[in-house]
Design a protein around this ligand. Structure first.
Ligand code: ADP
Length: 179
C-alpha cells in the first residue's frame, strides 16, 4: 500500500525519489542541531537550493543558537520547486529509550504545524533520522505514519503529505508500516 486517504479526503502518499526534485509547498530537511548543513539529504538540499538557504540559516543561528532535536526552523527554498524548507532536527538514535521516539514524532508534528500556520497544501518529508542518525527504518516509519495520519484526520489547510523515500528498502519499510 502506498497511499492512504483520511476520512476528510486528505492523502498521505509514499514514493521513492529524491526530495530535491519534488514540487511541494514545503519540503522538510533532516537537519542537525547546528543547522550547519552536512551529508545525506541535508547536503543534497543545500547543494540543489543554492547559497541563499545557508545565508538564512546563518541569521537564524545568530538569533537562536542551536535547534534542539524535535524542533524545526523555516527558510525559503532557494532554487528548489518549493516555497519553504522546514529544517527539522531529528534525534540521534541511542537505543530508543532515551526519548528518541518522542523527539522524532515531534519533528513531524512541528513541520505539519508550520505548514498549517502558513496555509500550505502540500508538504514532502524525507525519512528523518534514518540515515547518519541511525534510527531503525521500520520504527521510524511507524512513528512518521502515525503522526501524519493523526494530523490529516484533523482540519487544516494541508491536503497532501508525501513521504519521499530514498531507495526501495525505505519505501518498503514505509509501505509495511502504512499497511
Ligand atoms: P539523518 O542525519 O537525520 O539520519 P540523513 O540525511 O543521513 O539524515 O538520512 C535521512 C534519510 O534521508 C535516509 O533514509 C537517507 O537515505 C535519505 N536521503 C538521503 N538523500 C536523500 C534525498 N536526496 N532525498 C530523499 N531522501 C534522502
Amino acid at each position: 500500500m502506498h497511499q492512504w486517504t483520511s476520512t476528510t479526503g486528505k492523502t498521505l502518499r509514499l514514493e521513492e525519489g529524491d526530495i530535491t526534485q519534488v514540487e511541494a509547498d514545503a519540503i522538510v530537511n533532516a537537519a542537525n542541531s547546528r543547522l550547519a548543513g552536512g551529508a545525506g539529504v541535508d547536503g543534497a538540499i543545500h547543494k540543489a537550493a543554492g547559497g541563499s538557504v545557508m545565508a538564512e540559516l546563518d541569521g537564524i543561528r545568530a538569533k537562536i543558537g542551536k535547534c534542539e532535536p524535535g524542533e524545526a526552523v523555516v527558510t525559503g527554498a532557494g532554487k528548489l520547486k518549493a516555497r519553504y524548507i522546514f529544517h527539522a532536527v531529528g534525534p540521534v538514535y541511542r537505543g530508543g529509550e532515551e526519548g528518541e521516539p518522542d523527539e522524532l514524532a515531534s519533528c513531524y508534528r512541528e513541520c505539519l504545524q508550520l505548514a498549517a500556520e502558513r496555509s500550505l497544501k502540500t508538504v514532502a518529508f524525507p525519512a528523518i533520522s534514518t540515515g547518519i542518525y541511525g534510527y531503525p527504518m521500520g520504527e521510524a516509519a511507524e512513528i512518521a505514519i502515525r503522526e501524519i495520519r493523526h494530523f490529516l484526520n484533523q482540519p487544516s489547510s494541508v491536503e497532501e503529505v508525501r513521504m519521499v523515500l530514498f531507495g526501495k528498502e525505505s519505501l518498503h519499510a514505509f509501505e509495511h508500516a502504512l499497511a
